[in-house]
Write a protein that binds this ligand. Structure first.
Ligand SMILES: C[S@@+](CC[C@H](N)C(=O)[O-])C[C@H]1O[C@@H](n2cnc3c(N)ncnc32)[C@H](O)[C@@H]1O
Length: 429
């Protein structure tokens, strides 16, 4: 292939026969991260494995060109959410799902320099929209391989902390802190990255019950571990109902590195307008009849609800009031859709939401691709149910960036010695 001035991402994928439906090959994450970061020092982080990937593809496909990136660069990004030009800050997207955090921070001119998500189907959706394949299991990634960044983002799964490891250390007479107590959990992966890379700020998200989980023990350990890492830590439960027509309470934890921010500063989370949204505003005019419940399922749900009502329990299906917000969309919505059912005309059974409606219910833009990428409805429901309400994260992101712009000291008060590799990744042009 002759050197092109500007190959599109789609044409590069076609040429190298990259097909996410077959699953991501080894080093494809490095390759796409390299393409996204090639104009800055961060690309050094991915260069070698990306080169290996390219050489392998060219060799396997018996292509005529040299395995040289210059044949492909610069890429013309024909994806809905391409990397920003002239970024204002850098961030990493952990437990990325389908990129709800990324959408919000990228819109504010942030450059994503690393992403991790191990679910193959979520990776497909992510790649179709951002042109980047997330790395897999975060527990297997050395924190030193993660590029230096300014903001760490992550909606981590909630797990209890076992004190077993800590007691063993106690008996050995070793000191331990709160961070140690989190070892073996996915929160610990956030801790070790914060410890190594010392970003200016972070934003974490979780279910509301994180506060009460394990009698409040889990939350206490998380907050103390973050404070121990020398961050100012703020948390708030936010209901998405003022941003999207869905009752969805999530806890957000924002942190600011004390090496850059004075101890006395207070971060405030956004205060939404009190106006409530209506689910009817996001419904399709002509929904596919396949989303209408079968007689069998509708009867089952009614019988189930009746049984529990008789026992005095509140369990049951949630027939939406179209002028109000819905219940929370969960990752198990694909099972029967019972938590959010849409009433239909007289004599018709209710229906579940389509994946397109779930996209709108989570505040994702209409041009966020979900079709013809080899991801089933079941997986799409799961992905949206696991995700964040994007307008909520956007509001927090705006608040955080303005807080950083206003209060951040340019140089850390006491700089931690920075490893050689970190210096290489601290460049953005
Ligand atoms: C609550 S969801 C976060 C969704 C995300 N915030 C979004 O906007 O779509 C947590 C995600 O972490 C991923 N995950 C869990 N364990 C992981 C691991 N060890 N490595 C990478 N990703 C992991 C799950 O597959 C899931 O998509």
């Amino acid at each position: 292939m002759a050197k092109k001035k500007s190959a599109t991402y789609t044409s590069v994928k076609k040429r190298l026969q990259i097909n996410m439906e077959k699953g991501a090959d080894d080093n494809l994450s490095d390759f796409t991260h390299y393409l996204q970061c090639h104009t800055n020092g961060v690309s050094l982080c991915f260069e070698k494995p990306a080169q290996k990937y390219l050489s392998n593809r060219i060799h396997t496909l018996n292509l005529a060109e040299e395995p040289d990136f210059q044949y492909f660069l610069p890429i013309k990004w024909d994806v809905p959410f391409p990397p920003v030009t002239n970024p204002k800050f850098t961030f990493i997207d952990l437990f990325a799902g389908i990129g709800g955090f990324r959408l919000a921070f990228q819109k504010l001119k942030g450059k994503c320099v690393f992403t991790s998500e191990w679910d193959k189907n979520a990776q497909k959706t992510y790649e179709a929209n951002f042109g980047e394949v997330p790395f897999g299991d975060i527990t297997a990634i050395n924190e030193k391989q993660i590029p230096k960044h300014e903001i760490l983002l992550g909606g981590f799964p909630c797990q209890p902390f076992s004190l077993a490891g800590v007691s063993k250390k106690n008996s050995l007479g070793r000191d331990h802190g709160f961070a140690d107590k989190t070892q073996g959990t996915l929160f610990y992966d956030i801790v070790r990255i914060l410890k190594e890379r010392r970003p200016k700020a972070f934003l974490l998200e979780n279910v509301k019950n994180l506060r009460s989980h394990d009698k409040g023990q889990t939350f206490k350990i998380i907050i103390e571990a973050l404070k121990e890492l020398n961050y100012l830590v703020f948390d708030q439960i936010i209901d998405a109902r003022h941003y999207v027509p869905q009752h969805r309470e999530r806890i957000f934890i924002a942190g600011f590195n004390k090496e850059y921010f004075s101890e006395s500063l207070v971060f405030t989370f956004p205060k939404p307008d009190e106006k409530e949204m209506k689910v009817k505003d996001i419904l399709e005019n002509t929904p596919d009849p396949k989303y209408t419940l079968s007689n069998h399922l509708w009867k089952y749900l009614q019988d189930y609800a009746k049984k529990h009502q008789e026992k005095g329990n509140g369990f049951g299906f949630g027939l939406a009031d179209l002028n109000k917000v819905t219940r929370t969309l969960s990752a198990r919505y694909h099972k029967d859709g019972s938590e959010i059912l849409i009433p239909q005309g007289k004599g018709e059974n209710p229906r579940r939401l389509s994946p397109e409606e779930c996209r709108a219910l989570m505040g994702y833009p209409d041009d966020f691709i979900i079709r013809n990428i080899g991801v089933s409805d079941t997986q799409l429901y799961r992905q949206f149910g696991n995700s964040v309400a994007v307008p909520v994260v956007s509001a927090i992101a705006r608040q955080m960036i303005s807080f950083i712009d206003k209060n951040c000291k340019s140089e850390p008060k006491e700089s931690k010695p920075v490893s050689k590799s970190a210096v290489a990744f601290n460049v953005l042009d």
